[in-house]
Design a binder for this molecule. Structure first.
Ligand code: DSN
Length: 429
């Protein structure tokens, strides 16, 4: 006998599709019971989560406010207007495009607006903290353009600005790109902006990782110096998953708009623009600055705990939300460390370190970030405890070989789950 038909408009996901629903339940438990240290992840509010699954998922709204290619777009216009008004206020600039589906697409849109195929630009090398979409050979940004990479000073492991200036003088790039995904230090935007000016290049900053720190005013803003700034919206900024482009120059803004649509994308994801608007609204509230400050304090605490436990950090520490642990002296690699920590309910990612001798699938480092645990309300006591557990697990790996020390992993896992129970996530789920 076939099962009774479900009520299309009323049946919950659990009733309508138990297969998907049970996997989502598993993911919720994974998020709630574990410590999330992936530096690019965070946990959104219930309000952002609700908006992300709102009725705008049903709507096509190709075009821009007041200039759509479909009827019925008045609420979409209202939502996009709210998102733009909030985010331009948050970052104090006149132009925003909130339609990019992701940070990589936001970067593509800037390249499409300001560069021609084959043009030269400078960016931070991927294995020194940069990003795939900043000119990696496998990415469109590396295949269709001519990226020249600057890197870090070998001793300080901070950006070598003198070498960057020499590269700019030598190659006369059309654009200089700053920002990355595993660089733990404040970037000197003023210095790179002036190098760009000297060689007549656009200055672009990808602030995806630090956007929430900038919004919370605990990190310098690139907008004072850059012609164009891209970001994701879901990392430290803690809004819905997606991308964003900002500029203080309305002329560049016009080019960016045509580049995003119709240049690269079709219909904007209006439900996610609604959710971005909610997140931007949260970031405008005074308590967001407290959260941003707590991220810095927690990252410093994690760095200190790992250093005290005998682990080396790239550049010796952090100014931001993340630390990059150099495991090479311990004879363990990033892949085994990521896996061993995951068995202990601590999630992070393997990451190349400068001059890494291991391939990217193995790496000699792990990247750890504190935005998600900070959002949960964990403070210095909890972060210190988590840092000690990481040291225990990694020491276990160093003494037991790549399979790790199962007893320690089990013991840490139990303690981490106990800790996480004190910081519950969404109670309505
Ligand atoms: N995947 C993001 C990160 O982890 O940094 C960047 O795209």
């Amino acid at each position: 006998m076939s099962p009774p038909p479900v009520d299309f408009f009323e049946a919950s996901l659990g009733t309508s599709d138990s297969a998907v629903s049970s996997v989502l339940r598993k993911e919720f438990v994974r998020q709630e019971e574990g410590v999330e240290l992936i530096a690019s992840e965070n946990i959104v509010s219930r309000a952002v989560l609700e908006a992300a699954s709102c009725v705008l998922t049903n709507k096509y709204a190709e075009g821009y406010i007041g200039r759509r290619y479909y009827g019925g777009c008045e609420p979409s216009d209202d939502i996009e207007r709210l998102a733009i008004e909030r985010v331009t206020r948050l970052f104090n600039c006149p132009f925003a495009n909130v339609q990019p589906h992701s940070g990589a697409q936001a970067n593509q849109a800037v390249f499409f607006a300001l560069l021609r195929p084959g043009d030269t630009y400078l960016s931070l090398a991927l294995d020194e903290g940069g990003h795939l979409s900043h000119g990696a050979p496998v990415n469109i940004s590396g295949k269709w353009f001519n990226p020249i990479h600057y890197g870090l000073d070998k001793t300080s492991q901070r950006i070598d600005y003198d070498a960057l200036a020499s590269l700019a003088a030598e190659h006369k790039p059309k654009l200089i790109l700053a920002g990355g995904s595993a660089y733990p230090r404040i970037i000197d935007f003023a210095r790179i902006g002036s190098i760009a000016k000297d060689c007549g290049a656009y200055f672009m900053v990808d602030m995806a990782h630090i956007a929430g720190l900038v919004a919370g005013k605990v990190h310098p803003s690139p907008l004072e110096h850059a012609d164009v700034v891209t970001s994701t919206t879901h990392k430290t900024l803690r809004s819905a998953r997606g991308g964003l482009i900002l500029s203080k120059d309305e002329g560049i803004g016009k080019k960016i708009n045509s580049s995003v649509f119709p240049g690269l994308q079709g219909g904007p994801l209006m439900h996610l623009i609604a959710a971005k608007a909610v997140g931007f609204g949260e970031a405008l509230r005074p308590e967001f600055a407290d959260y941003a400050r707590a991220i810095i304090d927690n990252a410093q605490c994690l760095a200190q705990t790992l250093l005290s436990g005998g682990y080396r950090l790239v550049s010796g520490g952090t100014d931001t939300h993340l630390v990059l642990v150099d495991l090479s002296a311990k004879q363990i690699n990033g892949k085994d460390s990521e896996e061993s920590l995951e068995r202990a309910a601590i999630t992070c990612n393997k990451n190349s370190i400068p001059q890494d001798l291991q391939p990217p699938q193995t790496t000699s480092g792990i990247r750890l970030g504190v935005p998600a645990v900070t959002t949960r309300g964990m403070g210095l006591a909890e972060i210190g405890f988590i840092g000690e557990q990481i040291v225990k697990v990694l020491d276990g790996l160093a003494s037991h070989g790549s399979a790790g020390n199962g007893d320690i992993e089990k013991e840490v896992r139990a303690d981490i789950i106990k800790l996480c129970k004190r910081f519950p996530l969404y109670r309505h789920l």
